[in-house]
Design a protein around this ligand. Sequence first.
Ligand SMILES: Cc1cc2nc3c(=O)[nH]c(=O)nc-3n(C[C@H](O)[C@H](O)[C@H](O)COP(=O)(O)O)c2cc1C
Length: 235
Amino acid sequence: MNAITKITSDLQAQILDAFNFRHATKFFDPDRKISEEEFETILEAARLSPTSFGHEPFKIVMIQTQEKRELLREFSWGANGMMSGTTGQLGTASHFGIILASTAETMAAGSGYLQDHYRNVKKLPDEVIEIFNGAYGNFQTTDHKITTDREITDWSGKQAYIVLANMMTAGALMGIDSCPMEGFDMGRTTETLAEHFGIDTGKWKPAVMFAFGYRAKDPEFPKTRRTIADTVSWF
Ligand SMILES: Cc1cc2nc3c(=O)[nH]c(=O)nc-3n(C[C@H](O)[C@H](O)[C@H](O)COP(=O)(O)O)c2cc1C
């Protein structure tokens, strides 16, 4: 085995170890906190994630005070520990947050938000912006038929899930545990974000919650998955 092959296979083993290590952590060791530097790395993995058209139709709300987390407990059955008889991810995670997805107000073709994004984030010249407006408009109305507020918000939510997957993988590579969560009441979470977190929920809706920290104990059950043959078809 030459040096390059050796490095590659070590890296492959490291990647697979990280994926096997990651599990949906139901409760964390409340005394162990993720370092600021490591969590910044997780957030960079989020920020650098790919999004369709590069529109970045998401935002991340971090909820670090227990007082604010408790506002979500009653209607967040996937995060409040009712399944594990603990205070759940809400009570024990080192870091807890919600990824918001852009609604039609921000993500419909031609929106003011997108014009600003093209000009000031992507630094595109006017003629290219015009091409983007046309191509993206066509994508929404014709290719994917995503025109209602719900459809556009769901499309943004798809991007949010890619972001979260990258965050979890980045965490797992550093030995940090995580849990993705959609076990919550969408309407009440939206109301709470508007009322207590100052979120303009006309523009941004909750997509998915997440928790990061260090497991309190190893998972009770081994990981189960379909076989690769049942998962992938080759032609
Ligand atoms: C989008 C999404 C939403 C999920 N919602 C919850 C949740 O609300 N609460 C929870 O404890 N686990 C939640 N899970 C974790 C899954 O149940 C878990 O990933 C799955 O059973 C596979 O187990 P593993 O991740 O431990 O390998 C969610 C996972 C995903 C991807």
